[in-house]
Design a protein around this ligand. Structure first.
Ligand SMILES: Cc1cc2nc3c(=O)[nH]c(=O)nc-3n(C[C@H](O)[C@H](O)[C@H](O)COP(=O)(O)O)c2cc1C
Length: 190
């Protein structure tokens, strides 16, 4: 079955990003693809160190002690990639930016495994910064020749304390539709 990887950048267990990732995964699976959520909880991703090792030793990052290469291997086997982040001071959480910048470099330096993958960003926040975060994360998709799925609204929801996002029924429905669209696009592709 075609697979979609969902990166959850929240450090919190059972937090709001996790709930949105699970909502999205459920919709993906209802529409005929497999979904795997990878949580950043307990992990810490360094920024790209511009060593260019990924160009020489194609397919992997020189920073080997934080588990990102294992995540890259999973992405290479998937058809879809979704990046979900809590909003921190109006932007995506730093570990998410570190991870997707390094994933981009490894793809660029190698066989461009991100090219043609389907997905899009998801943002959750207490009150503000969702759209700036979504725009920031979209830069990853567009420079890597990826295909971005839409929904009935932007992929955002409201919540502060863990679980609060459950009260945002519109946000949950938007994420569910987005997940279904990701799976449907993948299924229509060769
Ligand atoms: C360091 C930090 C910065 C935050 N900055 C914002 C912000 O700019 N705007 C906002 O509305 N909420 C902000 N929040 C609240 C979180 O986005 C919100 O609690 C979110 O639901 C957390 O997702 P999680 O439960 O998946 O960790 C911030 C929280 C933290 C810890």
């Amino acid at each position: 079955m075609k697979k979609v990887i969902i990166l959850n950048a929240s450090p919190r267990a059972n937090g709001n990003t996790d709930i949105l990732c699970r909502t999205c995964a459920e919709a993906i699976e209802k529409n005929g693809c497999e979904a795997e959520i990878i949580s950043f909880r307990g992990k810490s991703f360094k920024s790209c160190i511009a060593c260019n090792t990924c160009k020489e030793k194609k397919g992997e990052c020189a920073i080997k002690d934080d588990g990102l290469n294992e995540i890259i291997d999973k992405i290479k086997d998937a058809k879809g990639l979704i990046v979900a982040s809590p909003v921190y001071f109006g932007t995506a959480r730093g570990d998410m930016m570190s991870a997707i910048q390094r994933i981009s470099m490894v793809s660029y330096g190698g066989d461009r495994f991100l090219s043609g993958m389907v997905g899009g960003p998801i943002a959750v926040a207490r009150r503000g910064g969702h759209t700036a975060t979504i725009q920031e994360l979209l830069m990853f998709y567009f420079i890597n020749d990826m295909i971005v799925a839409g929904s009935d609204y932007w992929n955002m929801a409201f919540g502060k304390a863990p679980g609060e996002v459950e009260e945002d029924s519109e946000g949950l429905a938007v994420i569910s539709k987005f997940g279904a669209n990701v799976a449907n696009i993948i299924n229509k592709m060769n």
